[in-house]
Design a protein around this ligand. Structure first.
Ligand code: DX5
Ligand code: ZN
Length: 216
């Protein structure tokens, strides 16, 4: 089943608990947590402590997207905080195979993230051990950016790489996903849809989530 993942980066942090409970009751599948360090990306968000609070208030799985340098140093901590899925970027990992194995050894799902400028063929020797690949459809760092259209081609390319090799790797798409493009993103082959501003900035979040569900 395809999944909708609200990104709490766009939630109102003064009432984060209520925001999460609300999207959970409206049918969200997984909560996406964006971790930014002000070094790998030009923005700072939050760390493991907040993730552990999020974990306390929701029964939904937590997807932790690490946009930080030296992610290997923090994997145990995010796992302890309640992460069910952890993804690390291709672009800043010298020992990606080791990092992916270290996530899987904790008994949780491991993903590799590609920035918009990184081609999917770079995944050739890592795809087989990834539970999922997160394709960035904006340059990482901020919510509310416009979906980059070449992402559709990348999703389709990755999908055919996965099916051609008989893998079960899932495709997650993150950035600028909204009602206008979610159907095309789904048809290109995506399984998981990260939605920040399109859900949290909407006056009717319930309707947006159910419309999205009907389009994927
Ligand atoms: C961007 C983050 C995204 C962000 C998406 O660097 O990885 O998860 O929250 O926000 P929207 O859906 O508003 O593009
Ligand atoms: Zn993200």
């Amino acid at each position: 089943m395809k999944k909708i993942l609200p990104s709490i980066l766009s939630a109102d942090f003064s009432k984060l608990g209520e925001e999460i409970k609300q999207v959970e009751s409206f049918g969200a599948d997984i909560i996406h947590c964006d971790i930014m360090d002000g070094s790998f990306v030009p923005n700072i968000s939050f760390g493991p402590k907040i993730v552990s609070w999020v974990n306390r208030i929701t029964d939904l799985p937590l997807d932790v997207h690490l946009m930080i340098n030296h992610p290997e140093k923090y994997i145990t901590e995010f796992h302890a905080a309640g992460a069910d899925m952890i993804s690390v970027h291709f672009e800043n990992n010298y020992h990606l195979d080791r990092v992916i194995h270290s996530i899987k050894d904790l008994g949780i799902k491991a993903g590799v993230v590609l920035n918009p400028a990184t081609p999917v063929f770079m995944l050739e020797d890592i795809l087989g051990i990834c539970d999922y690949v997160l394709l960035m459809s904006v340059n990482p760092g901020f919510g509310g950016q416009k979906f980059l259209d070449n992402s559709l081609r990348k999703i389709a390319e990755l999908k055919s790489m996965i099916t051609g090799r008989g893998f079960k790797t899932l495709i997650e798409v993150d950035g600028g996903v909204d009602l206008s493009n979610i159907k095309n993103i789904s048809q290109a082959g995506a399984d998981m849809f990260v939605c920040g501003s399109s859900i949290f900035n909407s006056p009717d979040r319930k309707e947006i989530i159910s419309k999205m569900r009907s389009l994927i």
